[in-house]
Ligand binder design. Structure first.
Ligand SMILES: C[S@@+](CC[C@H](N)C(=O)[O-])C[C@H]1O[C@@H](n2cnc3c(N)ncnc32)[C@H](O)[C@@H]1O
Length: 287
């Protein structure tokens, strides 16, 4: 309990009886499973032994410079594991769903985000998991035609339970259905620069030009390159950078300059970073 108090998951309080007690803080309230914005599934997902196992292989990965630590631990990448291990697939998708509920609760009421969707008729959430983000956007902006593209183990079979979002099984490296706006939430940080450029080129083929409202909205971290100047959310950003190093193949959190390099090579003309989501930003990218 001392550790949990010092890390602000509990605080101490003198109870009416005069005894010292422990009470929940904002952080631990978010771990209650029936809190409307509960992060319990996210915490359980990130602490799942199958994800944690890869961190034990960072040292052998550094020495071998071969496959990712996750691949060394499991003999396959994370998406191959989700396709073969139904329990891990469920835990991972629920983790992403709880993050999406939290993030979209901030997004759909944000004026900058509302502005990005002005005059837009269709949106596709690429790698959109089980559709929590697309469903929240569709409820908040009912005139928008919303779709989700993801792998078969994630979206196969979801259509029958949902009328306002269209689920598409596919591979974002192959083809992305046409839409005015493509959303990439927590996608590009999973991939190398080369893979991000491939995904962004597929996105560019799927959207109309800038004058017709075509854009990609990326929700990801923009890391400050001044590493001796960190404050605020930076610890969480750097821990996520380590997580990407350990569970993905060449994924990483990127600085503004690193983002700009891949946008330029993928053929996009301009971008605006909107730091509206705490440790993450919404980056609007125009063809
Ligand atoms: C880190 S999760 C993010 C999920 C969701 N966007 C969110 O933020 O909650 C990455 C997603 O990309 C999907 N994905 C991985 N490879 C893919 C591919 N080749 N084509 C489409 N989706 C893919 C995964 O199945 C997973 O749902």
């Amino acid at each position: 309990m001392r550790l949990l108090v010092s890390s602000k998951f509990f605080c101490m309080k003198t109870l009416p009886s005069g005894e010292e007690g422990f009470v929940l803080t904002l952080s631990s309230e978010l771990l209650l499973k029936d809190h409307p914005l509960s992060q319990a599934s996210f915490a359980l997902g990130m602490l799942d032994p199958r994800l944690m196992k890869s961190s034990h292989h960072i040292s052998s990965w550094l020495k071998s410079e071969g496959e990712s630590p996750f691949h060394i631990a499991h003999g396959k990448n994370a998406w191959e594991l989700t396709s073969q291990d139904a329990e891990f697939n469920d835990i991972f998708n629920q983790a992403m769903e709880s993050d999406s509920r939290f993030v979209t609760s901030l997004l759909v009421t944000n004026n900058v985000f509302k502005g990005l969707l002005e005059g837009i008729e269709s949106l596709i959430d690429v790698g959109g998991g089980n559709g929590a983000t697309a469903k929240a956007i569709s409820e908040a902006f009912p005139w928008l035609k919303c779709s989700v593209l993801d792998l078969p183990q994630v979206v196969g079979g979801l259509q029958k339970n949902c009328s306002n979002v269209n689920f598409v099984v596919g591979d974002m490296f192959e083809a992305i259905p046409h839409a005015d706006v493509i959303l990439l939430k927590w996608i590009l940080h999973d991939w190398s620069d080369t893979d991000c450029i491939k995904i962004l080129k597929r996105c560019k083929e799927a959207i109309p030009n800038k004058n017709q409202g075509g854009k990609v909205i990326i929700i990801d971290i923009v890391v400050d390159p001044q590493i001796d100047n960190y404050k605020g959310f930076d610890d969480a950003q750097l821990l996520l950078d380590m997580e990407m190093m350990s569970v993905t193949s060449e994924g990483q959190e990127r600085t503004k300059q690193e983002w700009e390099n891949i946008f330029t090579i993928a053929g996009f003309s301009d971008y605006i970073i909107h730091p509206i989501l705490g440790l993450r930003s919404a980056i609007a990218l125009h063809p």
